[in-house]
Design a protein around this ligand. Structure first.
Ligand SMILES: [Zn+2]
Length: 245
């Protein structure tokens, strides 16, 4: 059965070794080695639309398909991850917190963590012109199952229209903040007109998955190339993550 590994990155850059939340940091040195690995071993890095067409539509799927996703839209994407992606011509999708463009990652600060800067409108348009794709990651990055229905609707639908206004194109993909969702949230994502949505549930993606709750594989700070290989090849079994981060 065809399988795709949708890899989940957050911040790529230069960091002191984090004590906690290691899945949200990837050192640029490791990131470069990981991209070189994909290139060298002939992985097919697909855009999310191409992968979805292969999984759920009429498209073909390569044997070793990988999709690269970046959550939250950190400003440092432009300086660190993007030049490496460009070097290999690897497509990627970045999920933006539409109500905080050009501001700090406030939800991290509220959680007592340091709030990194998020990319502003100009950076987003520049990157789009260089073929980086964007999706919605809500307006303010709440735990969606913890807020009332009206707020859920706003977070899901208004983030979509705000990004559509900015980019002047359809925004078709959603990513649940902190991987937090339930049936009602998934219904709202469908009603808002998204074609697919990504979770933090761990696993490879197959044609049997629901396009609105796609699993991913988190790449963390500690992933050596052996760990990376392990995630690409072995961690196919589904594991639903409790919402955290
Ligand atoms: Zn996030």
């Amino acid at each position: 059965m065809p399988k795709i590994s949708i890899l989940m990155y957050h911040q790529v850059g230069i960091f002191p070794r984090p004590d906690a939340h290691r899945a949200t940091f990837c050192h640029i040195r490791r990131f470069k080695a990981q991209m070189a690995y994909l290139h060298f071993f002939g992985y097919k890095v697909l855009s999310l639309p191409t992968a979805l067409e292969g999984l759920f539509g009429k498209g073909d799927l390569p044997h070793h398909g990988v999709v690269l996703t970046f959550d939250d839209g950190y400003e440092n994407f432009k300086h660190y991850a993007f030049p490496v992606l460009k070097q290999y011509h690897f497509p990627a999708i970045v999920f933006l917190v539409a109500g905080l463009l050009g501001k700090n990652a406030k939800w991290l600060e509220d959680d007592g963590r340091s709030g990194a800067p998020l990319m502003d409108r100009k950076t987003i348009l520049d990157l789009r012109a260089h073929n980086v794709l964007f999706g919605s990651h809500s307006l303010t990055h709440p735990l969606l199952t913890h807020i009332d229905r009206q707020s859920q609707k706003r977070e899901i639908a208004e983030s979509k229209s705000a990004l559509e206004d900015l980019l002047n194109e359809k925004i078709s993909y959603f990513c649940y903040p902190s991987g937090d969702y339930d049936e009602a949230v998934v219904d709202l994502v469908r009603e808002a007109g998204y074609e697919a949505a990504l979770t933090c549930d761990r696993g490879a993606t197959t044609p049997f998955d629901n396009p609105l709750i796609l699993p991913r594989k988190a790449i963390s700070f500690g992933d050596s190339l052996i760990g990376y290989f392990w995630k690409l090849h072995m961690k196919h079994k589904k594991k639903v993550q409790p919402a955290k981060q």
